[in-house]
Design a protein around this ligand. Structure first.
Ligand SMILES: NC(=O)c1ccc[n+]([C@@H]2O[C@H](COP(=O)([O-])OP(=O)(O)OC[C@H]3O[C@@H](n4cnc5c(N)ncnc54)[C@H](OP(=O)(O)O)[C@@H]3O)[C@@H](O)[C@H]2O)c1
Length: 320
């Protein structure tokens, strides 16, 4: 049989042999990628997060993805520093966590990331003094209330986007990192967005997408800077997750619940510098990569113009 194939191949012209070889290499590459994808999404075990330290600090833990991270990390046996703007919501979340995972120690720090950030960061530094904070989840983030052109973005929204998404992430990292460097261990997870990485543009959300592009590049550079110091830096890239920010109440196959996202997210901590932890999102990412950018740009613009129209209609009803 093998001899027969060999003779068949030998009798083919060179150009067919070249084409066959190229085809086989592509097929091999594809099969290899699929095997790796199955392994990292379904087989590879998550890391023992307690090995980084006994405390985790989470920003924006009072709602959405951050809240789900807080519950899941407590379940894994980590103590928590919760950094949020609303003291009542912080109290409610920490009491609810304690009622489920009684042994979890929790420290609440009230910081409004759109307010006096330096003051907030010094309160964070005070709170973590002497604690073994091995995991930092830079989750806090804001987006537009609804899609709008850049010239329609008012000063307050512009300032909040930059302060919360960029300055907040940067300054909290700078507050937590020195102790990790000293202990030569730690993990930092920065929550990016598909808006900056998966799709080529996010029209009518330009500043939000640009702040997340900052988070992505910031994370990658830190990953390289600190990987030899025992610190794993990662940018997680969620696509839509059912939260108030996304204005999606119900989860579905491609839109996970916050718990579904956080469960997947914990399994990726400490591995690749950039990932989308929820596997159906990675299918959408691959699909986006296979389409022409101009087609995605055009689809996204149409989609965001429709969101803008709906948002404007709601606003006008509120005024009436
Ligand atoms: N949901 C998605 O589809 C999606 C997709 C890609 C990326 N992301 C990213 O995922 C992260 C979490 O988003 P999410 O959807 O979970 O949002 P969310 O449900 O709106 O929750 C945001 C959290 O951040 C807090 N927060 C907002 N502004 C703050 C401020 N000025 N100071 C202190 N805390 C503040 C909120 O506090 P309150 O409880 O007081 O409001 C809440 O705890 C963000 O970085 C977002 O960009 C989300």
């Amino acid at each position: 049989m093998a001899e027969c194939i060999y003779h068949q191949l030998k009798s083919q012209p060179t150009w067919i042999l070249i084409l066959l070889s190229l085809g086989s290499i592509s097929l091999l590459k594809l099969s290899f990628s699929i095997i790796i994808w199955v392994y990292v999404n379904f087989i590879r075990p998550g890391k023992n997060l307690k090995k980084y330290g006994s405390w985790a600090l989470i920003t924006g833990p009072t709602d959405g993805i951050g809240k789900a991270f807080a519950f899941q990390l407590a379940r894994k046996g980590l103590n928590l520093v919760l950094v949020g703007r609303n003291p009542d919501k912080l109290k409610e979340v920490s009491e609810s966590i304690k009622s489920k995972s009684g042994s979890t120690q929790i420290k609440n720090v009230v910081v409004d990331f759109s307010g006096d950030l330096d003051d907030g960061v010094s309160r964070i530094k005070e709170a973590i003094e002497g604690l073994d904070v091995g995991l930092l989840i830079n989750n806090v983030g804001v987006s537009y209330p609804y899609a709008r052109f850049f010239h329609e973005v008012d000063e307050k929204l512009l300032s909040d986007l930059i302060k919360v998404n960029i300055e907040g992430t940067t300054k909290v990292t700078q507050a937590v990192l020195p102790a990790m460097v000293k202990r030569k261990k730690g993990a930092i997870v920065n929550i990016g967005s598909g808006a900056a990485i998966v799709i080529p543009s996010d029209p009518l959300y330009s500043v939000y997408a640009a702040t997340k592009a900052y988070v992505d590049q910031f994370s990658r550079c830190l990953y390289v800077e600190y990987k030899n110091s025992g610190i794993d830096v990662q940018c997680q890239v969620p696509l839509y997750v059912a939260t108030k920010m996304a204005s999606i109440k119900r989860s579905s196959f491609f839109v996970p619940s916050t718990d579904g996202y956080a469960r997947a997210a914990l399994r990726w901590i400490g591995y690749e510098p950039r990932c989308t932890p929820y596997w159906p999102h990675s299918i959408l990412w691959a699909l986006a990569n296979s389409l022409p950018e101009s087609a995605i740009d055009a689809w996204r613009l149409k989609f965001c113009l429709a969101i803008r129209k709906r948002g404007q209609l709601k606003d006008s009803k509120k005024i009436e």
